[in-house]
Design a protein around this ligand. Sequence first.
Ligand SMILES: C[S@@+](CC[C@H](N)C(=O)[O-])C[C@H]1O[C@@H](n2cnc3c(N)ncnc32)[C@H](O)[C@@H]1O
Length: 261
Amino acid sequence: MTSDQLGTVYLVGAGPGDPDLLTVKAQRLIRQCDALVYDSLVPVELLKLVSSTCQLYSVGKRRGHHSVPQRKTNDILFDLANTCSSIVRLKGGDPFLFGRGAEEASYLDKKGVPVQVVPGVTSGIAAPAYVGIPITHRLAGSSVTFVTGHEGIDKKRPAVDWRSLAQSSDGLVIYMGVHNLKFISTELIAGGMHPSTPAAVIQQGTVAGQRFIKSPLENLYDEVEAKNLISPSIVVIGSVVDFQVEACSPPPADVTFPMPI
Ligand SMILES: C[S@@+](CC[C@H](N)C(=O)[O-])C[C@H]1O[C@@H](n2cnc3c(N)ncnc32)[C@H](O)[C@@H]1O
């Protein structure tokens, strides 16, 4: 292929695990693509949608597991754009929400590769919904913040000011927070959040092995340790947790992620 004939890379959100939460557009692109480059938080079921000639590349990043450096993932995508017409870069949840989607888009754009984003259902909304927790409620305030608990993964991202967040947001939805929960809850309480604030952790929301605990903020870390909840988990903090309607939660899908949890 010449430089004016580079293939298109579609940055596609795979949703939070349950394959039924894939968008119609994402499904169409996965079925038609020549190559699919996927992360570890993508359900195995979706990998079966590809054609028999599709090339598959795993570039999963998981805590404690060998992972492909971002630079190498960028190189794989660029190389594929030189040989394929349609490349799906499949990412868990939504590609632009704590998913490095924008970094990949910008890298490819600078190299002249056409890129399109296909939004996905994010785990920060879906995992709570799959246990019946709404992330906003009219009686629980007017704001919700999506925040990463995985500070220090690189020095490029400014540290989260948990003490300010304690005052400025009615609800918090924390991604990648389960390993840093002791620090996060201590800082939130130091910032003025009431120790009895309702909180919840949902592990593997929407898929097999879903686990869930609810606890006042001050005991949340101890509960998580006692029940051994691990990543991938979403933490929800705020009075929305008290508005849980368990009856509305769908059963988790009987699927797993490609890498061991
Ligand atoms: C690198 S972030 C990617 C987030 C993704 N882009 C999204 O929109 O959901 C990975 C984190 O998302 C959360 N996560 C992803 N899938 C999840 C699931 N099925 N259940 C609970 N948390 C999940 C966890 O906090 C995990 O550590």
